[in-house]
Design a protein around this ligand. Structure first.
Ligand SMILES: [Zn+2]
Length: 393
């Protein structure tokens, strides 16, 4: 299932059909074309660069045929007006699918939960669903999408359009069994640092205290902080409800200061993407999964809840692609961003620590004091705090 690809959509095409004709055809076929918000600034001066990154679709790929497009994703989509759809779906086809929720934390014994499914377009002829669980020992799902917790662990429940199997969505399910005894390794602080201790507890307790594994870590409303720094990576997620609705005021002010300093040095640094809501990331990530398969998507796109862009503390500068690496602006950021409270979040050579490819353009606000400490250490955030960045499954 990890390699499921979109067969009829999202593919690159060099067909010379003018956009207008395609758009008319697409509308007639009930498709949703995502070619709005052409962002020429992301292409200017950087030709022939088709990077796959956490941030953007390859610049020649566009015309997503999923109906789950949002304003946020259009910001990160480099649409080209020349691109057309190679093989439009037959009229009446399902082109998009959304759920009322994408995460479920369940306890064994709880009532089943059932996400509501919306398939688009509204007049699609066959809206039948196929449901499956990656691990029925953790949670089962019936024909109409009722999810029942079975045993502790994590699994994914997927619903697929029978009409168009390229269209699907997933619910990440985590289950605890309050009656099950488990052995958990927890780190407990001692006077001189940390020591590993084996403790036996119930699964429910383990979840409740999962974050209380070191003295300098705290979890507030589901958000993890270490030494006051919000932590979001493949291990630590933000809850769906966490939504600052844009960059934080502090981040904005710090970035303005950074921009002024760069400008004084004759360089122009600007944001091409900053805040993304959980929902926007969900759409973006699932579009990537539909196109490239989950395994590939995980190397360059964060799963919803795991993107730093949801923090409101993160900015992608100038051009979110490998072509940015060797620019004077990237070098300037590398040497100077810390002075304004930002770190290069995914540095070169730290891929196995951060879980992401080098991203010279992605800066993260941590405050001036912490940025200096991290910069001086030469470590990435994960190394500096001694944490991992790995998905649980
Ligand atoms: Zn980014």
């Amino acid at each position: 299932m990890a390699n499921q690809k979109k067969r009829n959509s999202g593919t690159v095409s060099n067909s010379p059909l003018p956009l207008a004709i395609v758009a008319v055809f697409g509308l007639a076929a009930g498709l949703t074309l995502m070619v709005a918000d052409h962002t020429p600034r992301m292409r200017s001066g950087i030709e022939n660069s088709v990077p796959i990154t956490e941030e953007v679709l390859p610049s020649e790929t566009t015309t997503e045929v999923t109906a789950t497009t949002t304003a946020d994703t259009s910001l990160t989509t480099t649409a080209t007006t020349e691109t057309t759809e190679a093989q439009p779906l037959p009229p009446g086809s399902v082109t998009g699918l959304t759920l009322s929720f994408y995460d479920a934390a369940l306890k064994v014994g709880d009532d089943p939960v059932m996400p509501l499914v919306k398939m688009t377009p509204d007049d699609a002829t066959d809206k039948s669903e196929k449901w499956e669980s990656t691990d029925p020992k953790v949670a089962t799902v019936d024909d109409i999408g009722k999810i029942t917790a079975v045993g502790s662990g994590n699994c994914v429940i997927r619903v697929t359009s029978v009409n168009n199997p390229a269209v699907f969505a997933e619910v990440k399910v985590s289950v605890v069994n309050p009656n099950e005894k488990v052995t958990a390794k927890t780190k407990q602080a001692d006077g001189n640092g940390t020591a590993e201790a084996e403790t036996t507890t119930t699964a429910a307790n383990t979840v409740a205290s999962a974050a209380a594994t070191r003295e300098d870590m705290e979890v507030i409303d589901g958000v993890t902080y270490i030494q006051g720094v919000m932590i979001v990576n493949k291990t630590y997620a933000l809850p769906q409800s966490y939504n600052p609705n844009g960059l934080t005021a502090e981040t904005k002010a710090a970035f303005a200061e950074l921009q002024a300093a760069a400008s004084a040095d004759g360089l122009s640094i600007y944001s091409v993407s900053d805040f993304r809501s959980y929902e926007a990331q969900d759409t973006l990530y699932n579009n990537y999964v539909a196109r490239d398969g989950k395994e590939a998507a995980d190397t360059y796109s964060a799963r919803p809840g795991h993107s730093e862009h949801q923090t409101g503390l993160t900015i992608d500068c100038n051009y979110a692609g490998d072509a940015f690496h060797d620019t004077p602006e990237a070098k300037w950021l590398e040497n100077n961003a810390w002075k304004y409270g930002f770190i290069i979040r995914f540095p070169k050579g730290k891929e196995d620590k951060t879980g992401y490819k080098y991203e010279s353009w992605h800066i993260r606000y941590v405050g001036k004091e912490m940025a200096k400490k991290i910069y001086d250490s030469g470590l990435c955030l994960e190394e500096y705090f001694g944490i991992e960045s790995k998905y649980a499954e």
